[in-house]
Write a protein that binds this ligand. Sequence first.
Ligand SMILES: NC(=O)c1ccc[n+]([C@@H]2O[C@H](COP(=O)([O-])OP(=O)(O)OC[C@H]3O[C@@H](n4cnc5c(N)ncnc54)[C@H](OP(=O)(O)O)[C@@H]3O)[C@@H](O)[C@H]2O)c1
Length: 265
Amino acid sequence: MDALLSRLFSSEEEERYILDCMGYFMVFMAACTFVSLLFENVPYGRYATSKYGFPVNVKFAWFVQELPAFLLPFCLVFWTSSAKTSLLPNQLLIAMYFCHYVQRALIYPFLIRGGKPTPLMSFVLAFVFCMYNGYMQVRYLSHYAEYPASWITQPCFIIGSVLWLVGWLVNVHSDHILRNLRKPGETGYKIPTGGMFEYVSGANFLGEITEWAGFALAGHSVHSSAFAIFTTVVLASRAVAHHKWYTEKFEDYPKNRKALVPFLF
Ligand SMILES: NC(=O)c1ccc[n+]([C@@H]2O[C@H](COP(=O)([O-])OP(=O)(O)OC[C@H]3O[C@@H](n4cnc5c(N)ncnc54)[C@H](OP(=O)(O)O)[C@@H]3O)[C@@H](O)[C@H]2O)c1
């Protein structure tokens, strides 16, 4: 792995520079995505359409598209001379990242019940995103990020870590509620209830946005901030679209439920 990286980059300064550029480019892509989502929903799940390629089995798609977000960082941490993995702040941030992606890549895909097939283009874009983001987050944290020794006692690290944990729990719990709306073999939609779904239609998205916002606060880097911004753009749009879809489909949909932010939005 070190040999591969040294072929790709002539020096550490160059790799560090590329990592920063990747962060800024992700912010740029978030802005482009924001504009495109004003016209069309991200085409998978209930919005899947054949316009974006042939349908890929949903469990296969989620497993394969998310796998690089786990495997590539795993190789970066364990098979490179990663200079910063012995430092506690870096270790904790890397642990947060892995906690999410072990669940998302290795557990979540196999629990899906009756999910719609994923169009090829959405699958390929998600695969590329996971590889890009996995490299950017974990290479930065494992080899370049430098925090003061007292970083983990600073308010932004503590508050960020708590937000990350609360967000992760809300996300996993909300996905669990959605999954259990369907009996084995069912593919239709029902009104979700319980947990944060009592307040918002996009409870799983609210959890994930909170999680990566917390990670960005704790990590204080362009790389983690770019990921939080990109996630917010994609998932806020999806929460708004789901909320509209629910209110149109179900006459008895709870009137006081918001799209993404309890009591507000
Ligand atoms: N970080 C990121 O940028 C990012 C991007 C995308 C997704 N994610 C995360 O990935 C996870 C899944 O995302 P998603 O967009 O697929 O979520 P979703 O649209 O809420 O769907 C999640 C699963 O639940 C099913 N489902 C949803 N609503 C249902 C209902 N009312 N009744 C019965 N079943 C229902 C869906 O089936 P169908 O397939 O049949 O709709 C799908 O299998 C979430 O935790 C999300 O936060 C993260």
